[in-house]
Ligand binder design. Structure first.
Ligand SMILES: [Zn+2]
Length: 378
């Protein structure tokens, strides 16, 4: 089965409802991808992810390239088989981690030279190499290598990164097409990444240049890195307006629970963020009434579930008092239960958003979420 994407319905806000079909199952859009950095969503087993109804996860190319190595994964049958996840997987290009984690790094037109954060060994990541690694991993969706820059970035820096990102995208696309010519259908989609920092004209220019390469999907990168939410939305809207209706739109690295519907309303189909899993390990729980900081003393004798409205297996069984105790005692079960709930909460938001689009009332859902999160924790 090859890949396809169909938009089935639009909301007055501009939100889209659709379905992505992959060789590893279908994914209802818009969707949120839990982040499985090391081929593992921290604190969750693949069984748990299936119980939660996750249809797609994200895995990090940078980490899997360094350990256990993409050739090892290829020999073991690819990432799906290696991690026993028969559902869809998106891999990033590795660029973001190279720029943020590794001891850098020399960026040239050829690629980016960096030292591994694990053992200091030197590596060269090129657009072709990033594509090659992701083909070896066998993900359903692969991202092209882009140049990530600091924020806020001066205009000349943003312009240079845009130019390089476009050149790298062209090389990645050529490499991908050459592989397809040699090997037939690669059973993978390759997405381009729009850059341009916080300059609307650069965002438009970046989108225009990538559109020439005819990607099946386009990501908006380099946002949600510290700029105000309004700017993230403004840049996203600028790009989304230029993208073809029949291609997937991916806003990378977002977002907070109350912001998700805002991005969907701008026409975004897919998102990913470490927030639900990372916050869970730091005892921050997301609920229908706002955030619950479970370590707070006020929960010590609270027999209610984390979220009385939540239907997840953790809320059906355990109390706030018990979860608070687990965190206080440093039990690893605290991370497991908290992560389970938070990922359920995010996937449930997406279910509600998809339903709201079907009924044409996403705007109501969005304002309710903002109101609840403005009021603070229950
Ligand atoms: Zn729950």
């Amino acid at each position: 089965m090859s890949l396809s994407f169909v938009v089935s319905k639009s909301d007055p806000t501009g939100a889209r409802r659709g379905r992505l079909t992959t060789p590893h199952g279908t994914v209802e859009t818009p969707f949120f991808m839990p982040v499985g950095t090391q081929a593992s969503v921290k604190a969750l087993t693949q069984e748990a992810l299936e119980d939660l109804g996750a249809e797609i996860i994200l895995a990090n190319t940078y980490h899997l390239y360094l350990r256990p190595g993409h050739e090892t994964v290829r020999k073991l049958g690819g990432l799906h088989q290696f991690m026993s996840w028969p559902h869809a997987i998106l891999t990033d290009s590795g660029g973001f981690q190279v720029f943020s984690l590794s001891e850098l790094r020399k960026i040239t037109d050829e690629g980016v030279c960096f030292r591994s954060h694990l053992d200091g060994a030197e590596h060269l990541l090129t657009p072709e190499k990033a594509a090659e690694i992701q083909l070896a991993l066998g993900s359903d969706i692969a991202m092209v290598l882009d140049e990530c820059i600091e924020t806020p970035a001066p205009r000349d820096r943003a312009e240079a990164a845009l130019k390089r990102t476009s050149e790298w995208a062209k090389r990645a696309r050529n490499y991908f097409h050459e592989c397809a010519q040699r090997n037939g259908d690669l059973q993978q989609w390759q997405f381009g990444i729009v850059q341009g920092a916080t300059f609307t004209d650069l965002r438009r220019e970046s989108a225009r240049q990538l559109l020439e390469l005819d990607f099946p999907g386009y990501a908006v990168g380099g946002l949600a890195v510290g700029e105000p939410h309004e700017i993230t939305c403004e840049m996203t809207a600028e790009v989304a307006a230029l993208l073809p209706r029949d291609r997937l739109r991916y806003l990378m690295g977002v977002g907070r629970p109350e912001q998700i519907a805002d991005y969907v309303a701008l026409g975004i189909d897919m998102m990913d963020c470490v927030l639900p899993t990372r916050a869970a390990r730091h005892a921050c729980l997301y609920t229908s009434e706002g955030r619950v900081l479970i370590k707070n003393a006020r929960y010590a004798q609270d027999q209610r579930p984390i979220d009385p409205k939540c239907t997840c297996s953790v809320c059906r069984r355990y109390s706030r008092a018990y979860l608070r105790h687990l965190f206080a005692a440093g039990e690893i079960t605290s991370a497991i239960l908290a992560t389970h709930h938070n990922v359920h909460f995010y996937l449930d938001i997406m279910r509600q958003i998809r339903e709201a689009i079907e009924f044409g009332n996403l705007a109501n859902f969005s304002s309710e979420m903002h109101a609840r999160y403005a009021e603070g924790p229950a």
